[in-house]
Design a protein around this ligand. Structure first.
Ligand SMILES: *[C@@H]1O[C@H](CO)[C@@H](O)[C@H](O)[C@H]1NC(C)=O
Length: 410
């Protein structure tokens, strides 16, 4: 009760960076879009936030300068204007410090040129200095639109929150992902977490190795059958979070066991059917040091209706399993299990809210519990002894009173 009261009474001033997720949309370039403010006066910028292990294009984070409009009108018309991007102007921002010239890597035969600029970035009510390549031209045009590049959230690379820490703007670099409480199609990246955020009362699951957000699991069950001995790969990765694809990344060994020849099932003859019931696919349980992750068939399948040329509606059950070197189902936990995942570089751990816990107790807590249990038992015993003595006394008294009464009546 007291704890609940403290949670409610504390003022919450955590930062939230909202990310748009357009599932089902083929253009994934619009997915994972975040909006930030840059410069003085602030200009709204859209950037792609990538939760990934490696990026196919390594242009990183850049910002397109408004001078692109006159330097390359064609690029502006085709790649900027249709997306409704407001352009930053390094020469009109009062806080911009324009540095040395810059040339990007060559990606798909194209590259950018510009300057390295340092300016004020604003996220929510937090401001910090941010350095970025500012693009003024593309001597060799890039084949497709990159928005303002992508900012990568991974374990080794510094992200916005790490810069804020360096500049003493926030207290810690932990961040968590959760389904947005206000809008369903959005995911919140919550940062500057308060000490009393409920996620801190969840167990710390240590990371495995030191380059990625990987954790180890000890057991794996398929429909409550222990299949741990049949599988060698014991790593779950949490770097990749792709909300638009909803992919169940699994190592080849598991894919071969359950999904070898299954990709799509034609369910044209099945009325109101659900993929998972028809196919009796397994529910997987992964047991890590602190958590039990349950992945149900409804998470990794989806029923798609398609109309064929004759106008008949046909249903297809799509299994979204894909081979990868590790397991990864991070997006399912957030999207379907309503879980929160906290990434902590400082403590090299992951914490989860809304996920089942393993039933072991920490040694410290069990010692405390045992010793306090002992004292409770001891006290109870004493009380009992005392009670028994009292009762005996009372009983004796009662008997003597009764016998007195008896004597008197006699
Ligand atoms: C993290 O992101 C950076 C920037 O894209 C990249 O250079 C680095 O290889 C990534 N690290 C890992 C472990 O994926």
């Amino acid at each position: 009760m007291i704890l609940v009261f403290i949670f409610i009474s504390s003022v919450i001033c955590e930062g939230i960076l909202q990310m748009e997720i357009n599932s089902g949309d083929q253009t994934s370039s619009n997915s994972n879009k975040i909006t930030l403010l840059l410069g003085t006066p602030p200009v709204s910028q859209q950037i792609i936030a990538s939760f990934t292990v490696s990026s196919s294009d390594d242009l990183g984070q850049f910002i397109i300068d408004s001078s692109i409009q006159k330097n390359d009108p064609e690029y502006y018309e085709n790649q900027v204007q249709p997306y409704g991007i407001t352009l930053y102007d390094m020469h009109s921002s009062l806080t911009a410090q324009i540095g040395q010239s810059y040339q990007s890597n060559t990606v798909y035969g194209g590259y950018f040129v510009g300057n390295i600029v340092n300016d004020v970035m604003t996220i929510g009510n937090k401001q910090f200095q941010y350095q970025f390549p500012c693009v003024v031209n593309d001597p060799q045009p890039l084949p497709f639109q990159f928005l303002n590049g992508q900012t990568i959230f991974n374990r080794s690379n510094k992200n916005y929150f790490d810069y804020m820490i360096e500049q003493n703007v926030i207290q810690n670099s932990d961040y968590l992902l959760q389904k947005s409480q206000q809008q369903n199609s959005k995911v919140d990246i919550v940062f500057d977490l308060e000490n009393n955020n409920p996620i801190y009362s969840q167990a710390k699951n240590p990371l495995e190795g030191n380059s990625q957000f990987n954790i180890k699991f000890y057991g794996i069950y398929a429909n409550n059958q222990d299949i741990s001995d049949k599988l060698k790969n014991r790593i779950i990765n949490f770097d990749m979070v792709d909300f638009s694809q909803n992919t169940f990344y699994i190592p080849m060994e598991l894919k071969q066991m359950y999904f070898q020849n299954l990709h799509q099932y034609d369910l044209s003859n099945c009325v109101n059917c659900q993929c998972q019931i028809i196919l009796s696919l397994p529910t997987f349980k992964f047991i890590s040091q602190e958590y039990i992750f349950e992945i149900t068939p409804s998470m990794y399948t989806n029923y798609q209706k398609e109309q064929d040329r004759d106008g008949n509606v046909r249903g297809k059950c799509k299994i979204n399993a894909m081979s990868f070197s590790k397991y990864n189902f991070a997006s399912y936990l957030i999207k379907f299990a309503n879980a929160k995942i906290m990434y902590s570089k400082e403590t090299n751990s992951l914490r989860f809210d809304g996920i089942k816990k393993t039933k072991h107790m920490n040694l410290d807590t069990s010692i405390v519990i045992i010793s306090s249990l002992n004292s409770v038992i001891f006290a109870l015993l004493l009380l009992n002894l005392f009670n028994i003595q009292q009762k005996q006394k009372l009983l004796k008294g009662e008997i003597s009173i009764k016998s007195n009464i008896l004597y008197k009546t006699l």
